[in-house]
Design a protein around this ligand. Sequence first.
Ligand code: 3SL
Length: 285
Amino acid sequence: MKNITTVLSPALFEATVGGVENKNVVVIDILRATTTMCVAMENGANSIWPVDSVQKAAQAGSSFLTAGERNGEKVEGFDLGNSPQEFSEEVVKGRDIVMTTTNGTKAISLSEGAKNIYIASYRNISAVVQELQKQPEDIVLFCSGWKDQVNLEDTLFAGEVIYLVGGSGYQVAGSGGRESEVDSPKSVVGGRESEDSGPITNYQLPCTKYQVPITSYQLNDSSWLALKLYEEVSGEEGTFLENASHVQRFKSLHIESDLEVCLKRDTSELVLRVEQGIIRRFVVT
Ligand code: 3SL
């Protein structure tokens, strides 16, 4: 039995998971930090050192490209902001980057001590899912949110990871094999059974997509929330995310074109992992 626990914002980290030792943490900041990290590594950056303050980044040393934002705007004096469009091959290839962002790098530092810390975005979602399916330990999906608040984009993405990790159907444990094999997330049958049978939080998710053996997963309430949101919105992410407060913020900062980059799927098969505080490509052995 594996637990998939979703942490909806850094403010809920302590209360939701307490500690992350022996757990696989996936840090999610779709708009934009973890997407930008993926783009930088896709374009050949050597490594990214995520730090939680502007001061630390500024003191990193001249060999680093400095990158970061506060409130969505580039930190004054830094080489780069946090727009994925700035991290082109020409700019980042072979470079070590030090990066600080309002929420994403904070979630990474809170995850310190986990067995593995992965960096996820739509750009590497399938690679991350396959990596998670191989790991025997519990999974924590850590949504960076916005200034400790829950946001739509990270929650929606967490829901898709839950859906994909388990595959395209699932059955209620103890239901005598009642199973839902489905074509689209919208028709997934799940949920809790009647009050009399008590709460059922223990589901078997047979994965067909990546042909992994059936594993049982236990979802916390936030994971259920995320999964159900994904089922509802799947295929219409772009339209749905027009409602997101951060997309509204993009509009006021005139950076709407970043949204399209952030919603691009599977542009690489990179698994990015934080190793001794530094984000590197994870070489699967
Ligand atoms: O907070 C963060 O980590 C950033 O991704 C926010 S922003 O999109 O750069 O505003």
